[in-house]
Design a protein around this ligand. Structure first.
Ligand SMILES: *[C@@H]1O[C@H](CO)[C@@H](O)[C@H](O)[C@H]1NC(C)=O
Ligand SMILES: *[C@@H]1O[C@H](CO)[C@@H](O)[C@H](O)[C@H]1NC(C)=O
Length: 183
């Protein structure tokens, strides 16, 4: 399959890059997964909404008939190995995003990416925290990694987020995420 999750491969084939930084060895781990941001449940593939609007803004964004400055969604999105709805679940993105610009469709995305054993036994229960500006129409958005837990304790690094697909009528999106973390 084209979209293999790098982190589920055996330890030997993990993409690990060793860096020598002033005598301190750091290891960069590359994780690729897909985030399913489901605003509208579409059974049977997506039985429940995982992105739930909790705050509605007052003023519509320019040239946008739907989104308002301040609109906020709490998310518990599934993270999978590949982009398909039934692809193997490897974790969840838990947090929220909010329309944080008065002029552009740009979000503040604040979330923990929490991994299960399906992501690789050593990652079970570990998480990566991201705090990002997500300009949703940009081809590539950068996700600063601000920390982590478990094997990712004290992590730093970044992610790259790309829209894999977006359904204009349901507002559901599948996002490709590549995370590069150093611990
Ligand atoms: C993963 O962690 C959960 C929660 O701690 C635990 O119940 C489960 O047995 C673990 N799975 C594996 C394969 O280690
Ligand atoms: C897009 O969403 C609509 C419901 O709003 C649904 O009927 C349709 O199947 C979806 N399209 C795809 C490709 O998932």
């Amino acid at each position: 399959m084209a979209n293999k999750l790098i982190l589920i491969l055996s330890a030997a084939s993990l993409l690990l890059v060793s860096l020598e930084l002033a005598g301190v060895a750091a290891t960069t781990t590359h994780l690729r997964f897909y985030m399913h941001d489901i605003v509208t449940a579409l059974p049977p593939l997506y039985p429940v909404a995982t992105a739930v609007p909790t705050v509605k803004g007052v003023t519509l964004l320019p040239n946008d008939p739907i989104n308002r400055f301040g609109d906020t969604y709490v998310i518990d999105d599934s993270l999978t190995e590949g982009p398909e709805a039934d692809s193997r679940l490897v974790g969840r993105a838990q947090g929220y995003y909010m329309f944080a610009s008065q002029t552009d469709p740009s979000l503040l995305l604040s979330a923990n990416m929490v991994f299960t054993a399906a992501a690789g036994k050593q990652y079970n229960g570990s998480s990566v925290a991201v705090l990002a500006r997500d300009a949703i129409l940009d081809a590539v958005r950068e996700l600063p990694v601000v920390g982590g837990t478990g094997v990712f304790r004290g992590a730093r690094g970044y992610g790259l987020l790309r829209t894999h697909s977006f359904n204009l009528s349901s507002n559901n999106a599948v996002l490709q995420i590549d995370v590069y973390v150093q611990v």
